[in-house]
Every structure is written in C-alpha cells, then in structure tokens.
Design a protein around this ligand. Sequence first.
Ligand code: B12
Length: 230
Amino acid sequence: MHEIAKKLSAHFLEKNVIQGWASIKDTIEQGYNSPYIYDFLFRDAMYHIGELWEKNEITVADEHLATGVSDLLLSKYHLEKKEMTLSGTDPVSKTPSNRAMFFCVEGEEHYLGLKMASSLFEEFGWDVYDLGSNLPLDYAEYSLKKWQPEIICISITIRHLLPKLKDTIERLAAIHPQATIIVGSRLHQEAAFLSCCTENTIIAKDAAFLYEWLNNHKSEASFVQKGVLL
Ligand code: B12
C-alpha cells in the first residue's frame, strides 16, 4: 500500500476534508488518472481502515465517519472531473450517451466501489443511473424495464449475499438478454463468487479494469460509427 493511501485514511478518520482533498489534488497534479486515484488512494485508504478495525484500533463508528468523508471527497473529485470535461480540458470523455445502470445487490451496504464505477462511466460521457446500495431485486427489475440500459453494473462485497447475486443476474438477464452485465467485487477471485456469474458476465476486479473496458468500448463504438458513414 502506498504511503499516500495511509495518509488519506488518517484524514478520513480525523474528518479532515481539507487535507484529504489536498492529498488527492496533489496526485491529480502529478498527472495520475481516475483509476489510479480510485484504486490506490480511495480504495486502499478504506482497506487500511478495515485493517485498523480488525486490530481493534478503531470502532465501527470511526468506520462510518471515514466512509462519510471518503464519499464526500469522491463526489468532489467527480465534480472536478466533470468541470474539466465541460471546459474541454479533459481528453478522455466525449462518447455518445449510452445508458448504464448501477446498484448493489439487495442487503449490500458497501457502495463506494459502485460509486467509483458510476463516476468512471460518467467520465466517459455515459448516461448514468446510479441506484446505490441495497436495492431490492424487484426494483432492479423495475428499473431495468424503465431505463433499458445497455449496461448493468452490480457491486457485491458480503460473502453471504452471493446467492442473491446469482438470483439477480438470472432474473435481469431473463428480462433483457442483450444487456451486458458487469459485476465488481473484492471477491472476484473466489470460486463461490465465480459460480454465481454466467459465461457472459464481465467480472471487474477494480477501476483500472473498468477504465480499460470503457476505452475499448469507446474505440469499438467509433469504429462502428465510421463504418456506417462509409
Ligand atoms: C467501510 C466498511 C463498512 C461500512 C460500509 C459503509 C458503506 N456504506 O459503504 C459499514 C461500517 C457500514 C460496514 C458494515 C458491514 N461490514 Co464492512 N467494511 C468496510 C471496509 C472497512 C471498507 C469497505 C470499502 O469501502 N472499501 C473500499 C471500496 C472502494 O473497495 P471495494 O468495494 O473492494 O471496491 C473495489 C473493487 O472491489 C471494485 N468494485 C467494487 N464494486 C464494483 C462495482 C463495479 C461495477 C466495478 C466495475 C468495480 C467494483 O472496484 C473498487 C475499486 O478498486 C471493509 C474492509 C475491506 N477490506 O474492504 C469492511 C468489510 C467489507 N465489511 C465486512 C463486514 C463483515 C461488514 C458487516 C457484516 C459487519 C457487521 N457485522 O455488521 C456489515 C455489513 C453491512 C451490509 N449489510 O452490507 C467484511 C466483509 C467480509 C465478507 N466478504 O463477507 C469486511 C471485508 C471487513 C472484514 N475484514 O471482515 N462495513
């Protein structure tokens, strides 16, 4: 883990939004991109919080506080990126507005990974519907019918919710077989997790994977568009 992630976790725990933002801004100014900031700053800072909790050095209340500060700074980072896009200084974006829907499986409260994923899609110009944590499956079905997204992104963290993931994938794929399902999770290497996914499910281990996927999708889309023009 980078020293900067440990430093950031201390800012989260101290509720020090100003210093937390200064660390992130410093990394942006050094030229690091969003997947680096999400995986090696935010995620690793939160994983470090988890280690402190396991060692009994902090309480659940501290974890809640740190999550709140992390969430606030993620929103701030996202808005900064959005401004850069609008002012035309950010080269990554500007793809046609395809639609993507995001949620955590029913019962799942850990939503920071999902939030990073939805922000990355938005950075690439997608029309994003982020339905957050703990979405009842009936409402995932309802939203799929309502918004008809091309991509469905799901996040899961808690192992005992894996049967719910299997159910979710099966029911959504039955409604809209053409939609691509991407599942992100810290459990991505575990056999029990993999057995809940179908052969068409895309498994995202982190923001770096998603960034590459979005770049490939963008190149393919522009290739198809050029083909149509010819
Ligand atoms: C903060 C935290 C909490 C907070 C959650 C706040 C919130 N609303 O998000 C609180 C205190 C509420 C909490 C509660 C619980 N927690 Co908790 N929590 C954590 C902690 C410390 C950090 C989680 C986090 O934010 N990580 C940062 C994010 C960014 O990482 P990530 O989710 O892995 O995301 C990355 C990738 O996985 C991927 N990704 C993830 N989702 C997606 C989605 C898409 C579409 C894509 C492309 C990519 C992607 O990309 C991200 C970037 O790299 C972890 C420790 C850990 N090591 O994770 C424990 C941890 C996850 N919690 C754990 C547990 C057990 C619980 C509780 C059951 C505790 C309890 N007894 O009540 C409850 C369950 C609540 C629930 N029903 O969900 C266990 C989970 C074990 C397991 N797998 O089953 C952990 C691992 C702690 C531990 N070592 O035991 N927790």
